[in-house]
Design a protein around this ligand. Structure first.
Ligand SMILES: C[S@@+](CC[C@H](N)C(=O)[O-])C[C@H]1O[C@@H](n2cnc3c(N)ncnc32)[C@H](O)[C@@H]1O
Length: 203
C-alpha cells in the first residue's frame, strides 16, 4: 500500500514528444464528427476488443491504437473483413498520437486493457506516467477510464494513483468472467483472476 503523500508524477513535457504528420482527411472526419460519443483504446493488440466493441456499440465511435507492427497488421486484416464505420484503427505510439491529434475534453471513454505491468519499472506503467495528465485532459467531464489487469499489485496501484493523485472517482471494481481480449482469454484459461476497474473524471 502506498502512502498517498509518496505518490508523485513528473510534469508532462509536451515539447519532448515527437510530433506526427497531420491526420488524413478521413481520420479527421472520423474524429471531428460530433454526432456520437467517441472512445479510445490504447494498446489494443490484434483487435479482438475493438472489433466486438464497435459491433456491439453502433451508436459510439472507437479509435483503437496499437504500435507493434505485427499485431497491428493482424488487427488491420480483421478490420478490413468487418468494414466497421465506427472503428478507426491507428498504427502509432499512443503517446505521440494522442498528444499530436487529440484536443482537450474530446473523449467519452478510454480503455487500457491488460497493459504490460512492467513490474520492475513503475515509470513505464501508464498510471504513473507524466503522459497520464495529457491523456486525462482529453477525457470529457464525467468521462471514464476503464482499466483491466490480471496483476493485483497493478490494480491496487491504479486505484491509489487514480483516486489520490489524478482525483478520479471509482465507479466499479469487478472480477471479469468472460474474455474480450487475447490476454484476458489467456489469463482466464490459466485460472488467474482478471479485474476491471472503471474510474470517472468528474472535473
Ligand atoms: C500486453 S498487450 C495487451 C493487448 C490487448 N489489450 C489484450 O488485452 O490482448 C499490450 C499492448 O500494448 C501495446 N502498446 C504498448 N505501449 C504502447 C503505446 N505507447 N502505444 C500503442 N500501443 C502500445 C503493445 O504493443 C501491446 O500490444
Amino acid at each position: 500500500m502506498l502512502n498517498p503523500k509518496e505518490i508523485n508524477v513528473r510534469p508532462f513535457d509536451k515539447s519532448a514528444v515527437p510530433q506526427l504528420a497531420p491526420l488524413s482527411e478521413s481520420e479527421r472526419h472520423f474524429i471531428e464528427n460530433i454526432s456520437t460519443p467517441i472512445d479510445l483504446e490504447i494498446g489494443c493488440g490484434v483487435g479482438w476488443h475493438p472489433i466486438t466493441y464497435a459491433q456491439n456499440n453502433p451508436d459510439r465511435r472507437l479509435i483503437a491504437i496499437e504500435h507493434t507492427a505485427e499485431k497491428f497488421k493482424k488487427f488491420e486484416r480483421r478490420f478490413e473483413k468487418h468494414q466497421l464505420l465506427n472503428l478507426l484503427p491507428i498504427h502509432a505510439n499512443a503517446i505521440s498520437w494522442v498528444t499530436t491529434h487529440l484536443n482537450e475534453e474530446c473523449l467519452d471513454r478510454i480503455f487500457l486493457l491488460y497493459p504490460n505491468p512492467n513490474p520492475k519499472d513503475r515509470a513505464k506503467r501508464w498510471i504513473c506516467m507524466p503522459f497520464m495528465k495529457q491523456l486525462l485532459s482529453c477525457l470529457k467531464k464525467n468521462g471514464q477510464l476503464i482499466f483491466a489487469s490480471n496483476e493485483i499489485f497493478y490494480i491496487e496501484e491504479v486505484m491509489e494513483y487514480a483516486l489520490h493523485f489524478w482525483k478520479l472517482e471509482l465507479v466499479k471494481n469487478e472480477r471479469v468472467e468472460l474474455a474480450r481480449t487475447h490476454f484476458e482469454k489467456k489469463y482466464l484459461q490459466r485460472g488467474e483472476t482478471c479485474t476491471e476497474i472503471i474510474l470517472k473524471k468528474n472535473y
